[in-house]
Ligand binder design. Structure first.
Ligand SMILES: *Cc1c(COP(=O)(O)O)cnc(C)c1O
Length: 359
């Protein structure tokens, strides 16, 4: 007997289709495919190799960039938060990595370095999200310092990040886009603003480089719209039933006896838990697919298991497949039950989850 334990089934054809759809939404822009956090939990190298036409890749940490180079990835790789220590600059130059610059410390480190090969730099401006980026008033000073430095490959790219792009009605996004356009109007440089939500909702944010992450993986970044035509989930998270048992009305299930059955029923136990990245806060009623049927999660999520109510007439057996999210059950929906966002569910997938290609 070999039961299927927690497995993320990765559909690379869905990834390619999503990529093509994104390109068609912004036919004149280049694509920086965002692969941070282990390719949003899908497997960093696997996803990078499956996107041979991406114009660049974006990561958040230098280790992610080095792992991509070690895997033989030759496309440009951009560190989306820049580098954190000035010693990293030599590593960037040696591995042909591009960096964002968003503060004075990074600027000084680059200008004062002694590099054989100049670095490609993306200058990040804060247009209203107030997380990373230089103030608009600093643009000219940073631009001049970077364009005069022998350590910088010309021309630089100008970028900013949208804080509310997932909300179609957001006045903040309109303000960010117009501020960006106004302050960068005199610079004949490549520009970049759009994340996935920007790609979908804000064509005026596309400029020369779009930066999709979540949408590549077939998941909607939008607040109120989880269905996007032509987009299909890349990850389907599955495991199997390891126990099927009958219980009587009034009996409690799981830690703390937190769920008590109102009727005689059949309880299934699925081999997945928060140790695999299934959200511990998923409440009673969170849907799980068993044999194509939605059944409710019951009781507390354990480290290695969850329980579901299969119902009194259930014919499900030990070994049957359970789908936690993906094809047939949107991760967006599970995220809503767990009061989080699909981004978090995907990148919380832990190392013990097998990654397997869809057949
Ligand atoms: C993560 C990230 C993105 C991608 O965001 P999605 O919402 O997943 O498309 C784009 N740009 C930057 C700077 C990021 O950090």
């Amino acid at each position: 007997m070999a039961l299927h334990t927690a497995t993320a089934i990765i559909d690379l054809e869905a990834l390619s289709n999503n990529y093509r759809l994104i390109r068609s939404l912004s036919p004149n822009a280049k694509v920086l495919a965002v692969l941070k956090a282990n390719g949003y939990g899908h497997g960093l190298e696997l996803i990078a190799k499956a996107l041979p036409n991406a114009d660049a890749f974006g990561v958040a940490r230098i280790d992610e960039a080095l792992a991509l180079r070690a895997a033989g990835i030759v496309q440009p790789i951009v560190l989306l938060e820049g580098f954190f220590a000035k010693e990293d600059i030599d590593t960037l130059a040696a591995n042909n990595l591009q960096t964002i610059v968003h503060n004075e410390q990074q600027l000084a480190a680059i200008v004062n370095a002694n590099l054989d090969t100049p670095l490609k730099v993306w200058l990040k401006i804060d247009t209203g999200m107030h997380r990373l980026g230089i103030n608009p008033e600093q643009l000219l000073q940073f631009y001049e310092a970077l364009s005069q430095s022998k350590n910088v490959q010309q021309p630089i790219v100008l970028m900013s990040h949208l804080g509310c792009a997932d909300d179609k009605e957001s006045p903040a996004t309109k303000q960010q886009i117009s501020l960006f356009d106004e302050i960068t109007a005199d610079f004949l440089l490549e520009k970049s603003l759009a994340n996935s939500a920007g790609v979908l909702l804000w064509p005026q944010s596309h400029h020369q480089w779009i930066r999709p992450g979540l949408l590549l993986y077939g998941v909607s970044p939008l607040q109120f719209d989880i269905h996007i035509d032509g987009i299909a989930p890349v990850m389907t998270l599955q495991s199997s039933l390891i126990s099927v048992r009958e219980i009587a009305a009034g009996e409690a299930v799981g830690y703390g006896g937190a769920w008590i059955s109102e009727k005689n029923t059949t309880i299934g136990v699925v081999a997945i838990g928060y140790g695999d990245g299934y959200p511990r806060h998923a409440p009673n009623g969170t849907p799980v697919l068993i044999n194509g049927r939605r059944v409710p999660l019951i009781g507390r999520v354990s480290m290695d298991m969850i329980s579901v109510d299969l119902g009194v007439q259930s014919k499900d057996k030990v070994g049957d497949i359970a789908t936690l999210w993906g094809k047939g059950l949107a991760v967006e929906e599970v995220a809503e039950f767990a009061t989080t966002i699909p981004y978090e569910l995907l990148c919380n997938i832990t190392r013990r989850v097998h990654i397997q290609l869809a057949k």
